[in-house]
Write a protein that binds this ligand. Sequence first.
Ligand code: SAM
Length: 279
Amino acid sequence: MNTETPQKLDWHDLWRSIMEKCSGVNYDQPGHLKRWEKDQANDYLKHSSEEYPKALNDLIRIRPEDSILDIGCGPGVLALPFSLISKSVTVVDISENMLKVLHENAAAKGITNIKSVNKCWLDTCVGADISQGYDVVISSNSINLLGAQETTVNNQPRLEWDLVAALKKMNQLGKRIYLSFPLFIQNHLSSLKHLGKKSNPWPDYVILHNILYQLGIRPNINILKFTNTHFDDAYLRHCKSWVHDLRDHERDVFERQNGDQKVPGLRRNQLWGVFWWKT
Ligand SMILES: C[S@@+](CC[C@H](N)C(=O)[O-])C[C@H]1O[C@@H](n2cnc3c(N)ncnc32)[C@H](O)[C@@H]1O
């Protein structure tokens, strides 16, 4: 057995190198993340699980006096139900259409305690766009992307990746922080590979855990199990629309590959991980 101190791996460097190649990250031009279209945002909300917010809240236990910050909120999968049981919800999202769908649904339900900020998380200004502190801070199915920063280097647009900055900013603002993410999802990368296209995965959640550890944060870890009865082939359309550069015949192959009978079952019975801690 080697008794020498093992060289410390820089997990953030590893994470960054994976994000730079990740096939799940979509750009509409170099250095600029692709924003969600309105129909995609509507589709996303329509096919989200009603059980998920309940399962997550069994862990969070939101109180009526709580203020919540939901970062990378999407169309309001959590913000809409959580606004009904909390004092206020502030949401941040880079996609204007996600926020439009969220506000349309809030208005239809008579919800008036959601405030939104249409910015990249790392560009959100504390004290101006958002408050100095929240009881609960949440990133649901968005944490890797919150480390994105659109910038310019030598007059060229460039996307920098800094998850440590994103996590420190969350940590500074919240009393209780929750990061949730799907586990073991069947993703479309194998179909891309089948088409001879790039198929670089997202960073494993173990990498996130080790980055937190290197920041001195020891998160609690919980697993959420819930079903999504709204799952149907719209997921395929959603997935398809996010994949780069597929020609029509490639989209057909992609859809056939994702149409595997086992997939709907896997998607209906969902397993999510949650890292959470108190500051
Ligand atoms: C997969 S959706 C998750 C939506 C929702 N939180 C949920 O759990 O269903 C990821 C969201 O993060 C947003 N997003 C991506 N990068 C972001 C960034 N750097 N800052 C803020 N929002 C971002 C996207 O626009 C999208 O709405």
